[in-house]
Design a binder for this molecule. Structure first.
Ligand code: HEM
Length: 261
């Protein structure tokens, strides 16, 4: 039986309260993205073997993949919400927490749908290595790496550049990737990422991964990065569409058309 709108609304209320109380929006965006970003459009086996937004990140071994370091904390924060709303799938809770975090931080409204079915065991976890690496290979490899990873998910150059802008929000942690944020106001979702990345006089403490810098260096990416720098509306429009697409990769909905709220 499909999940009810009442159950989804109850989960949403709890998610909103959690995000506002703990200021934990960025890690929620990351957990949603790392659940869905494993998707491989070339896998033709039965669902959920192609990965994607199926809730498999909650299982060992996927949660212990190097790219997922720290994300167990997001899952722990969401666990009471799943307990209070057992009919809402983990896959929906992860994607709802991500989308609500962006909306509550001033970002665009995302036209989400729900009703995702969960993958139900560790045997359905995605293999390690499907998520992007911040420092892949030697100089000049970055655009190729991003294209390899995101094209495998079925996403294009505009979507790569728009989704990279999620780094306007949140930060990297000292014990892992640095200990600084990409932007000054890292709890606000706006287009400042595209202003800071190409700015050589920006505060040197701010983080710029090689995969961030390449959005202004690669000829295919740069026109989008410049457009998003010059217009927050253009960024929000592309971001909201790309995020929705990302949130539905590999998902199996009940009912098949999903549930809008
Ligand atoms: C383009 C390739 C990407 C690479 C190489 C990358 C890499 C990283 C790294 C290394 C961190 C720091 C993690 C830590 O120290 O805990 C991070 C954080 C983050 N990433 Fe990405 N990322 C990419 C794309 C994305 C996308 C597509 C999204 C969402 C749509 C996203 C959302 C975030 C957020 C919100 C954080 C901050 C998390 C927090 O503050 O807890 N990233 N990313």
């Amino acid at each position: 039986m499909p999940v009810s709108k009442e159950a989804l609304s109850s989960a949403k209320e709890m998610i909103d309260a959690l995000i506002l109380e703990k200021n934990c929006g960025p890690i929620m965006v990351r957990v949603g993205w790392h659940d869905s970003g494993t998707f491989d459009k070339n896998v033709s086996g039965a669902w959920p073997s192609a990965g994607g937004a199926v809730g498999s990140i909650r299982f060992d071994p996927e949660i212990t993949h190097g790219a997922n370091a720290g994300l167990i904390n997001a899952i722990k924060l969401l666990e009471p919400i799943k307990e209070a709303n057992p009919d809402v799938s983990y896959a929906d809770i992860f994607q709802m927490a991500s989308a609500r975090s962006i909306e509550l931080a001033g970002g665009p409204r995302i036209d989400m749908k729900y009703g995702r079915i969960d993958s139900n065991g560790p045997e359905n976890c995605s293999k390690e290595g499907n998520l992007p690496d911040a420092e892949p290979g030697s100089n000049g490899m970055y655009a190729g790496h991003l294209r390899k990873v995101f094209y495998r998910m079925g996403l294009n150059d505009e979507e790569i550049v728009a989704l990279s802008g999620a780094h306007t929000f949140g930060r990297a942690y000292k014990n892992r990737s640095g200990g600084s944020s990409w932007t000054e106001n890292f709890l606000i979702f706006d287009n400042s990422y595209y202003k800071v990345i190409p700015d050589e006089s920006a505060d040197p403490e701010l983080l710029k991964l090689s995969t961030d810098k390449v959005v202004f260096m690669d000829d295919g990416f740069r026109p989008f990065a410049e457009k998003f720098r010059d217009s927050q509306d253009a960024f929000f429009e592309s971001y909201a569409k790309a995020h929705k697409k990302l949130s539905e990769l590999g998902s199996n909905f009940d009912p098949s058309e999903g549930i809008s709220m």
